[in-house]
Design a protein around this ligand. Structure first.
Ligand code: ADP
Ligand code: MG
Length: 695
């Protein structure tokens, strides 16, 4: 094992490197930009660029790229080399400040949801100096935001940075009222990432995995996850070697990879980093996913990040642990030790409660995708209903505040805030609830609905914006109050009263919960096409406009992109199924039937008394099943043809959800039954058993 402290951040142009390599004045100017969001002027950028280039070349880099996060959900890069001719037939290595701070990729092929006409192909990328440059595969990568020439955002980073800024602004207003000397507030995130590893040779034999990232067919193996022997189980040597290399590569990139373990499903694992500022956590999570895939190949493995690679075993998600901190080192979601601190904590807590209740739709939408639809509500992940878990102790405290009664575990104390004694708060919620979509875990919230392939930016844009919006309302009320303490008490009490319906400490997987949730008036948006239309509601457009996160136009474009993406995903899956059945599965059945028939005919020709019961029964059964399979194939094909007549994008998404997807399930059911009957050497694909247990 290499010396971790030596390799950590060795491929990052981080603060220590900047300090060592930049002239003092330049370093100071750059720090100012980073800390205060100031604009970087060109003369500073020139010096930084030159130092960055020299450093990168020493590390073996020959190229640079603006690394950005378009609406595809993955990252994009276009590499340019540092070379520049010097007129004597030779080259020098150059990198200017202009090239550092601004790039102009031809962006016509990135999804824009109608924001950019294709003739206006230009977009530009701008350096986000709060995220350090790094070296990946011999290329200096500069984290950038991506906009159209009209200034509309075309990426996932710009609105995220904006939403963090809004939290900063509104939270500072509140903190000022409590006499805090904080000057900056940031949201923090630690995303736990789940993934599957399977053997590369087996992967390559499955068109469904290659084209769609998940299996579209596959009978249940004799063993699944029922023994629960994989969760936190011993890590196999091949997997351990992979995890070790992954850790090392992530550490070099300055990513705080911390925890690794086996997950519930066979072949499923998890990696969690130590949390960091939200935009850094987002960049790092994108890099982590990329490295997971890349390093797997070096071990003859393939890393599957799809939300549901296998039916019948758990899929993969991402837990977005989220909190808010000040530059004075205070975690605003950490209960304090004095009554005043606890009043402040309670105010932030009820702000989150109100935000989540008011904007359940946005929380749900931020986790909506064709892949994640397989998980939400399927008893392996939180249901599609948004609710919050606070634990019984904190809930009791809120209830006593609301009713003005005594808190049971501290009967001496009357529940008034900011003045008298408040009970000691539960520091660590011991009663964990794994079924909750949004759980308070002692000093942070864990948003558990995210799909494993997701960029975490979308959910965090929503979280930041909705919480900032409530904080801004709270600040309006409190700033104008004649008596701060009584206004604060009133505000906390009323907020609990109005929004407590969102709190659910019970089992969210139970059959009773959807019934109870409906009674409470909570939304239950079961699928992506059901959830997405709410994105463009007046409430939401006003919210994003008010805080300068998205214009109405930008919300609409993102809505269109999400719908389009949903339809395209299912369309590719349907086409893949059709190809697999037509080209591989039906021919395999035919061969097996032929083998059985020939065997039976030959046997009978030797002696008419041979009864060939097995062959005859199988031929009969398989012939009839393959008839049904073929019929279902034709039916699926027809649903796709009919889709061509639908022009409205929402209607089309609904059609894919209801009609195409149903036809796919019907096709799969028959194919999976056939798989259990056909001889192994005839079956064209590695089975679930092979994929899940032969790693
Ligand atoms: P569990 O599996 O029990 O949910 P883990 O230890 O796997 O817990 O993950 C917890 C995650 O929460 C880690 O990434 C951790 O860094 C992160 N975390 C801890 N404190 C904060 C915080 N204040 N803000 C954001 N994330 C946090
Ligand atoms: Mg967790």
């Amino acid at each position: 094992m290499s010396d971790v402290s030596k390799i950590f951040g060795s491929l990052v142009f981080n603060d220590a490197t900047m300090k060592a390599r930049l002239p003092k004045e330049t370093y100071k100017a750059l720090k100012k930009t980073i800390n205060e969001g100031k604009l970087l002027d060109l003369s500073v950028a020139n010096v930084v660029a030159n130092a960055m280039k020299d450093w990168a070349i020493e590390k073996g880099a020959t190229h640079y790229t603006h690394w950005f996060q378009p609406m595809t959900g993955i990252t994009a890069e276009k590499h340019d080399s540092f070379i520049s001719p010097n007129g004597n037939g030779e080259v020098i290595m150059e990198f200017s400040g202009k090239e550092l701070i601004k790039g102009e990729p031809d962006a016509s092929s990135f999804p824009s949801g109608g924001l950019r006409a294709t003739f206006e192909a230009r977009g530009y990328t701008a350096w986000d100096p709060t995220s350090f440059a790094f070296i990946k595969d011999g290329t200096l990568c500069i984290p950038t935001a991506f906009c159209s020439y009209g200034g509309e955002t075309l990426d996932k980073k710009t609105p995220l940075l904006r939403s963090m800024e809004v939290v900063n602004k509104q939270a500072l207003r509140i903190l000022k009222l409590f006499g805090s000397d904080a000057t900056r507030v940031t949201t923090t995130v630690g995303p736990e990432q789940e993934y599957f590893l399977i053997d590369k040779a087996l992967y390559e034999k499955r068109k469904d995995l290659i084209y769609t990232g998940r299996t579209l067919f596959g009978a249940k193996p004799p063993k699944g996850q029922e023994l629960e022997d994989h969760y936190f189980g011993q890590i196999k040597p091949r997997i351990a070697a992979y995890m070790k290399e992954l850790d090392e590569e992530l550490w070099k990139l300055g990513i705080l990879a911390k925890t690794k373990h086996n997950e519930v499903a066979p072949a499923q694992h998890e990696l969690a980093p130590i949390f960091s500022t939200t935009n850094i956590a987002t960049d790092h999570n994108q890099l982590t996913m990329e490295m997971m895939k890349k390093i797997a190949l070096r071990h003859n493995l393939v890393c599957l990040l799809h939300e549901k690679p296998f039916a019948g075993v758990n899929g993969s998600g991402k837990h977005n642990n989220w909190s808010i901190s000040t530059n004075t080192g205070v975690n605003l979601l950490e209960p304090g030790s004095t009554p005043a601190e606890n009043a402040q904590f309670l105010l932030f807590l009820v702000a989150v409660i109100k935000a989540v209740d008011t904007h359940q739709d946005l929380m749900r939408i931020s986790c909506a995708s064709a892949g994640n639809d397989h998980r939400l509500g399927a008893n392996e992940a939180p249901p599609a209903i948004i609710s919050m878990f606070l634990g019984s102790e904190l809930t009791d405290i809120l209830e006593s505040i609301e009713s003005g009664t005594k808190y049971s575990s501290n009967p001496a104390a009357q529940m008034t805030l900011g003045v008298d004694v408040l009970p000691t708060f539960p520091k660590d919620a011991t009663d964990r609830n794994r079924t909750s979509p949004f759980a308070f875990t002692g000093n942070k919230f864990e948003f558990r609905m995210l799909g494993s392939t997701f960029s975490i930016s979308g959910p965090n844009i929503v979280l930041n914006t909705i919480v900032a919006d409530v904080l801004s309302d709270f600040a309006d009320i409190l700033e104008g109050a004649a008596d701060f303490t009584s206004a604060l008490n009133e505000l906390i009490k009323n907020t609990i009263k109005e929004h407590k319906r969102i709190i659910s400490n019970g089992n969210n997987y139970s059959e009773e919960w959807p019934v109870e949730a409906a009674k409470r008036g909570l939304l239950n948006l079961k699928s992506t096409p059901e959830a997405l239309p709410l994105f463009i509601s007046e409430k939401n457009i006003e919210l994003f406009k008010k805080h300068g996160i998205f214009s109405a136009h930008e919300v609409h474009s993102r809505y269109e992109i999400l719908l389009e993406n949903y339809v395209k995903t299912i369309n590719i899956e349907a086409l893949t199924m059709i190809e697999m059945v037509r080209k591989d599965i039906l021919p395999a059945v035919v061969c097996y039937i032929k083998e059985l028939s020939t065997t039976a005919a030959t046997a009978k020709s030797i002696s008419a008394s041979v009864d060939c019961e097995f062959e005859v029964e199988m031929v009969t059964k398989l012939s009839s099943l393959s008839n049904v399979l073929y019929k279902n194939l034709v039916a699926l094909d027809e649903t796709l043809l009919n889709a061509k007549n639908i022009e409205d994008s929402l209607e089309l998404a609904q059609y894919y959800n209801k009609t195409v997807f149903t036809a796919m399930q019907e096709l799969r059911a028959v194919a999976d039954e056939i798989e259990t009957l056909v001889g192994e050497k005839y079956w064209p694909y590695p089975t679930y058993g092979d994929l899940l247990f032969r790693v």
